[in-house]
Design a protein around this ligand. Structure first.
Ligand SMILES: Cc1cc2nc3c(=O)[nH]c(=O)nc-3n(C[C@H](O)[C@H](O)[C@H](O)COP(=O)(O)OP(=O)(O)OC[C@H]3O[C@@H](n4cnc5c(N)ncnc54)[C@H](O)[C@@H]3O)c2cc1C
Length: 338
């Protein structure tokens, strides 16, 4: 008999989980209480698929899932662009670049001429940088829309927007709870880490790849979105306040953008936003099981980086009878193969 699965939440966790179960032949119902896909925390993400940069601060499981997901976003749901990424430090903080280099792999230290060759707009701006050629980036809104579109075209999937899970009806074999920070009623150990971002519009700068700018308080980055738009993110604040962006965040994000290129000073601010990243105590994305409910959560700063890999692990539990421990370790070794 066909397995029936209800996925709750159409953020990146829910959409990737629904797709994984649907691809495996299950009957999938996805319920999302908002009116469209990816409108929660996922709507605000930068979309850097940069597992090797993340070695600077994240634990090995995140890097392994990130390498797996890089393949997903470039081959299975190919919405990412592989142009690598660049890391810069302020001129007075070059030792920070050396520290970043020491903690990471799959990168080259490059000088002014190579920086200019990668982007004429960066010519003369920095004497050196780290270049991670294998990394990719995507537009999270385009990625969630693409997944929703694929799911919508599958006969075994029903997408139901504007429906709270509390009102979903009908028996299912498994429920996959992907409610992000809203799942703390069932996962009291979840905490929220506020992230603020903004989007600038300017035709005066052209960038082909994300730039990280080493900053004493936050990992600040600029992600090109095309059509003159640049996402600047993101603060990391241990509180659970959504929506409001502070003057301090705005100053810090704009300051970093301006340090990368002064032309950003003339850009138009076309969007600001603040979301709450769901995180477990160890900051690792994870799975929890309660009866026939699988919780996919704790994606923290790594939603797009980790969700496809986590979805595979969730499917292994329901379809192959794996334990959480087995599922989380089954894909070890991806890193060596990548
Ligand atoms: C500013 C910022 C920048 C970020 N940058 C990056 C980045 O560059 N790369 C990266 O990988 N990650 C990044 N992240 C992190 C990433 O956005 C999150 O890890 C990810 O979006 C979490 O996804 P999720 O699906 O778990 O949660 P969400 O996206 O919040 O989705 C949960 C969904 O569940 C729905 N829901 C809740 N309750 C119910 C209910 N009762 N019934 C039905 N539906 C329900 C919600 O409406 C929501 O749509 C960033 C986050 C922020 C805030």
């Amino acid at each position: 008999m066909t397995m029936r699965v209800r996925v709750i939440g159409a953020g990146v966790a829910g959409l990737t989980a629904a797709y994984e179960f649907a691809r495996a032949g299950c009957d999938v119902e996805l319920v999302e209480r908002r009116e469209g896909p990816g409108l929660g925390c996922s709507y605000l993400a930068g979309g850097m698929i940069s597992p090797w940069c993340e070695e600077e601060g994240a634990e090995p499981p995140v890097i392994e899932m990130g390498i797996e997901s890089l393949r997903y976003w470039t081959e299975i749901v190919p919405v990412a662009t592989t142009q690598g990424s660049l890391v810069f430090a302020p001129a007075h903080d070059r030792t920070e670049l050396t520290r970043f280099e020491r903690l990471t792999s799959e990168r080259e230290r490059i000088g002014a001429a190579a920086i200019a060759a990668l982007g004429p707009y960066l010519a003369g701006r920095f004497d050196d940088a780290l270049y991670f050629p294998r990394e990719a980036h995507l537009d999270p809104r385009a990625a969630t829309d693409a997944l929703a579109e694929r799911l919508g075209a599958m006969a075994n999937v029903s997408l139901r927007y504007g429906v709270d899970a509390a009102n979903a009806q009908g028996a299912v074999d498994w429920t996959v709870d992907c409610r992000g920070f809203d799942a703390r009623d069932k996962l009291p150990q979840l905490r929220g880490v506020k992230g603020e971002m903004l989007v600038l519009y300017t035709r005066e700068v052209t960038l082909s790849r994300p730039i990280r700018f080493i900053h004493p308080r936050h990992p600040v980055y600029i992600v090109p979105r095309g059509d003159g738009r640049f996402m600047i993110g993101a603060t990391m604040i241990e509180n659970e306040e959504e929506g409001r962006i502070t003057a301090r965040a705005m100053l810090e994000l704009l300051g970093a953008a301006y340090a990368v290129h002064p032309a950003f000073a003339e850009a138009e601010i076309i969007e600001t936003g603040a979301g709450v990243r769901p995180a477990f105590a160890d900051n690792l994305p994870g799975l929890r099981i309660e009866g026939r409910i699988i919780y996919v959560n704790g994606l923290y700063r790594h939603g797009f980086l980790a969700a496809p890999a986590l979805a595979r692990r969730a499917a292994a539990i329901a379809l192959e009878g794996a334990s959480v421990e087995e599922a989380m370790h089954a894909h070890r070794g991806q890193r060596q193969e990548a």
